[in-house]
Design a protein around this ligand. Sequence first.
Ligand SMILES: O=C(CO)[C@@H](O)[C@H](O)COP(=O)(O)O
Ligand SMILES: [Fe+2]
Length: 218
Amino acid sequence: MTNDRLISPSILAADFGNLQRDIEMLNKSEGDWIHVDIMDGLFVPNISFGFPVTEVAYKHATKPLDVHLMIVDPDRYIKRFAAAGAAGITVQFEACPNLHRTVQVIKETGCRAGVAINPHTPVAMLVDIIGELDLVLVMSVNPGFGGQHFIDNTYKKVAEVKKLADECKPDLFIEVDGGVDQTNAGKLFSVGANVLVAGSAVFAAANPSAMISTLKHA
Ligand SMILES: O=C(CO)[C@@H](O)[C@H](O)COP(=O)(O)O
Ligand SMILES: [Fe+2]
């Protein structure tokens, strides 16, 4: 497995009536992680799901759970998501007034620590913390919903994260999330992303597993 072109399909777009089936499909696919979107109706204007669904995903998955917390005050729930099966936990920069402490709490659980930045948040806001992170997630839509249109300014931001990472954190995972499909995946990898999240592109495809392969080799 190469480490520079990972795909993290988002189960937000899965069929929740057939979640076990969809996770088993992901297990057999070329996908690397399984992206789990947690939305609280406060940080974002939508509620997705919480611990029970995360636990079901963990029970059936043979791949690491990549948990994306779009919630206010995430410190309250980090340990519980780790116990529910997260391998990595990503919090939103905009939801964390004491970000070093939050990252420390994630690391204490043994999970990979990630920070996501919204489309309007400059990459420069991460300068003083990037060395502590395992993953930076560049949001390419405003978080809260699947199926939104990819924001083109993301390419520039990914290149900026890559430049920073080359200076102080060469093994950083640089993840992109929102509106990722076969029209932008290749360019995202070429400007420095090494993990792509895809929900609608995968689960709306006639052959989701083949779409995962298409994205991975874009
Ligand atoms: O975090 C989010 C949305 O806020 C994502 O992870 C979505 O689940 C991606 O869905 P698509 O844009 O790929 O449909
Ligand atoms: Fe996400």
